[in-house]
Design a protein around this ligand. Structure first.
Ligand SMILES: *Cc1c(COP(=O)(O)O)cnc(C)c1O
Length: 363
């Protein structure tokens, strides 16, 4: 890093990107593949951009092991637009959809889905302060789908095995903040979606992976940019796509493949999470983690200190050490360390060292 002055970036999103990826983008910014133009300036119908989007899709298919009967789409509007598009496309008029609420993001997904039709809560852990995965589910066997959020970015609660819907009920997942952080079995899902800016690239592109048979449910006459069937059939090129963001996620997918794929990525992520949770558990109560141990997220680690005053000092002192983005979300308070794929072991060790020093001085 030396004279580059890169921060140790623990921001929750947009989050840290691999230095290698940024350098590659920088190196070819002015003249992309001999075109004499940047990737932002070429036609989205050119053979150069076609290669960008097709390679990004192929690399993602390889990383996640996406079966051939699934479409991959690169859309706009963030994960937030998916909160509405999902029920518009996959919940028939008059039908109800099941939602598991484990934190702020699944709660927001419900709020949006309710505007357009019926929702049934299969579980809601709000009374526990969103610190766990529900022990049991109240499932509707006729639900249009079962929706869950695999990682709650604000509460730091993560699912490590999928909830099981009743036979015939499709499983849908908001995987925005743990996307490509570990291997998953895509065939268990009817649809997965993720805003890229947490773990896979810059903001501006949302990845939607959908099983082909789901597209048969899409009603006629949806506005075209909200219609999965049209967007899938066009290969995400119905209109001008977010071409720079797609290029960037493509570089991130290549980087993850070079690391050894998602098994290697998971190994790194577990090593980093163990370091941070270790510092919390060994602090004798000075640091208190939000999530119950079995639900602890590998991506976002929210924790409290003995007082709000100490929390403010922690954030200020951390900043002086070049440790950035550690303030927690206002709804949970305290601190939050986001340790996405691109946060390396060295940065995590710096954070843990700082936590231990801070406790010595202030504990
Ligand atoms: C950030 C986030 C969202 C919202 O994403 P946008 O792309 O900003 O719309 C939704 N779900 C989860 C789990 C998130 O972390």
């Amino acid at each position: 890093m030396s004279d580059l002055k890169r921060a140790y970036n623990f921001n929750p999103g947009p989050g840290v990107l691999p230095l290698e990826v940024l350098q590659e983008a920088q190196a070819e910014l002015l003249n992309f593949k001999g075109t004499g133009m940047s990737v932002m300036e070429i036609s989205h119908r050119s053979k150069e951009f076609e290669a960008v989007i097709q390679t990004a899709e192929a690399d993602l298919r390889e990383l996640l092991g996406i079966p051939s009967n699934y479409k991959v789409m690169f859309l706009q509007g963030g994960a937030t637009l998916q909160f509405a598009m999902l029920p518009m496309n996959l919940r028939a008029a008059g039908a109800s959809a099941d939602y598991i609420v484990t934190g702020s993001w699944s709660k927001t997904a419900v709020k949006e889905a309710k505007k357009l039709g019926a929702v049934h809560l299969a579980a809601n852990t709000e009374a526990d302060g969103f610190n766990c995965i529900p022990a049991s589910l109240d499932l509707d066997p006729k639900a249009a789908y079962l929706h869950f959020t695999s990682n709650e970015t604000i509460h730091g609660v993560e699912y490590f095995s999928e909830p099981t819907p009743p036979a015939g009920v499709p499983l849908v997942c908001d995987t925005s903040s743990d996307f490509i952080s570990r291997p998953i079995d895509v065939s268990k899902y009817a649809m997965l979606y993720a805003g890229a800016q947490k773990n896979a690239g810059p903001s501006g592109v949302t990845i939607v992976i959908i099983r082909d048979d789901m597209l048969e449910r899409v009603p006629e006459n949806l506005p075209v940019m909200l219609d999965y069937k049209t967007l899938a059939a066009s290969g995400s090129l119905h209109n001008t796509p977010p071409s720079f963001a797609i290029y960037m996620v493509g570089l991130v997918f290549k980087w993850a493949k070079k690391l050894g794929g998602l098994a290697a990525v998971e190994k790194n992520n577990r090593a980093k999470a163990n370091l941070v949770y270790g510092a919390i558990d060994e602090s004798g109560g000075f640091y208190r983690g939000h999530a119950k141990p079995e639900a602890r997220s590998l991506m976002n680690v929210p924790f409290r200190l003995p007082s709000e005053e100490l929390e403010d000092t922690f954030a200020k002192d951390a900043k002086k050490e070049n440790l950035i983005g550690l303030k927690g979300h206002r709804s949970v308070g305290g601190m939050r360390a986001s340790i996405y794929n691109a946060m390396d072991l060295e940065g995590t060790q710096e954070l843990v060292k700082f936590m231990k020093d801070f406790q010595k001085k202030n504990g």
